[in-house]
Design a protein around this ligand. Structure first.
Ligand code: FAD
Length: 351
């Protein structure tokens, strides 16, 4: 069985890897630019299952995805020899008002009722855990099982692991069309006019997925939601847990790097870090931990979350032979392993 995957982001690479685990030998990943260079390497890397879930069903799925990382990080270390920076660093959801504290109390209660670890802390207890928190903080939900990875390392590991498992990743190969014959997807065309026939095509082109010609028009549109990030360097490192307040987060890597984010902008694929974006991220980060004011700004960047109406598009599509691994919006790193599993299983189940 020959399988072509469009896009070498975290979704395309994870799917390719899971296909090889199930014994598929001929997997070709086509990447128009550099493997992993788009949203996947740009992400903050939070595995924030409890923080990000909007309802109990999503929370159960997200927690399963987060827990899958413990063994996946080990496997990637063994196969690729790369440390993906997986750390169960915990997360603090912060409140600065009575109303926010009540919302956190409800969250903690719901998480505990679902069998998850969560604790409501008053200001003193929160600062005992993370001394650098602002005096504005009045309460916090402590979620000790939330975790993180270092996305550029994750993508390096995936690119090495897929190669070692026999996957071919072709860079500089832009798919210019999905080919349909007699109501079935039978391959792809490249902009070089080369045609590659395949038994199965997996669409994993991130926020560009709806722009690939030939993709069925009835599928939910995937649109880009720009996010900007700022990397700070604390010397010596002080913060240790992920912290969230009012739409801003800080993700300390443990070695002095602190990723601060992010914006959510509907501006198409405009690849710009803006003055307003950086200003709002830094204002939010300093509201969480004022000591970050002395940290060095070492890098800023942006990329595009693939947002699909109705949530991620995973598995079979209405066009036989075409499978989907796209539309993961804010949680594509978190959901990578379980998506790779689900798509590989769907491909093999379809025969
Ligand atoms: C600022 C920011 C912060 C984030 N933080 C987090 C986080 O903390 N935790 C989390 O879980 N998620 C986070 N995300 C979301 C996560 O990064 C994405 O959901 C995920 O990376 C999407 O992966 P992907 O493989 O679908 O897309 P991408 O990584 O964008 O990969 C798609 C690939 O397809 C290629 N491609 C496109 N069109 C074609 C074509 N025609 N032919 C060939 N190749 C093509 C592209 O070049 C690209 O390499 C964040 C995203 C952003 C932008």
């Amino acid at each position: 069985m020959r399988i072509v995957v469009i896009g070498a982001g975290v979704m395309g690479c994870a799917t390719a890897l899971e296909l090889t685990r199930r014994g598929v030998r001929d997997v070709l990943v086509l990447e128009r630019a550099v493997p992993g260079a788009e949203a996947s390497s740009a992400a903050a890397g939070m595995l924030a299952a409890q923080l990000e879930a909007k309802d109990p069903v999503e929370r159960a799925a997200f927690v399963r995805a987060r827990e899958a990382y413990a063994s996946w990080s080990e496997e990637l270390r063994e196969v690729a020899g790369v440390d993906i920076g997986y750390r169960r660093c915990g997360a603090l959801d912060l409140a600065t008002s009575e109303a926010e504290a009540r919302r956190l109390a409800e969250r903690v209660e719901a998480d505990r009722a679902a069998g998850l670890r969560a604790e409501l802390l008053d200001a003193a207890a929160a600062r005992a855990l993370e001394a650098g928190l602002s005096a504005e903080v009045t309460a916090a939900a402590w979620l000790p099982d939330e975790a993180q990875v270092d996305p550029p390392q994750l993508l390096r590991a995936l690119v090495v692991a897929t190669a070692r498992r026999g996957v071919t990743v072709r860079s500089g190969a832009t798919v210019s069309g999905v080919i349909e014959e007699a109501g079935r997807c039978v391959g792809v065309a490249l902009d070089s006019r080369e045609v590659i026939r395949a038994d199965v095509v997996v669409l994993a082109a991130g926020s560009w997925s709806s722009l690939v010609p030939g993709v069925p028009s009835g599928l939910p549109k995937v649109r880009p939601v720009r996010g900007q990030l700022v990397m700070l360097e604390e010397r010596p490192p002080r913060l240790s847990a992920i912290a969230f307040l009012g739409g801003t987060y800080v993700v300390p890597r443990g070695d002095g790097r602190v990723v601060c984010g992010s914006t959510m902008e509907d501006v198409g694929h405009r690849r710009e870090v803006t003055a307003l974006g950086v200003q709002s991220i830094l204002a939010g980060a300093l509201r969480i931990a004022p000591g970050l004011g002395a940290a060095e700004v070492s890098r800023t960047w942006c990329n595009f979350r693939p947002h699909a109406e109705g949530g991620p598009q995973v598995g079979a599509s209405p066009l036989p032979g075409l499978f989907l691994a796209t539309g993961h919006h804010r949680n594509g790193i978190l959901l990578a392993k379980v998506t790779g599993d689900a798509v590989a299983a769907a491909v093999l189940a379809a025969g």
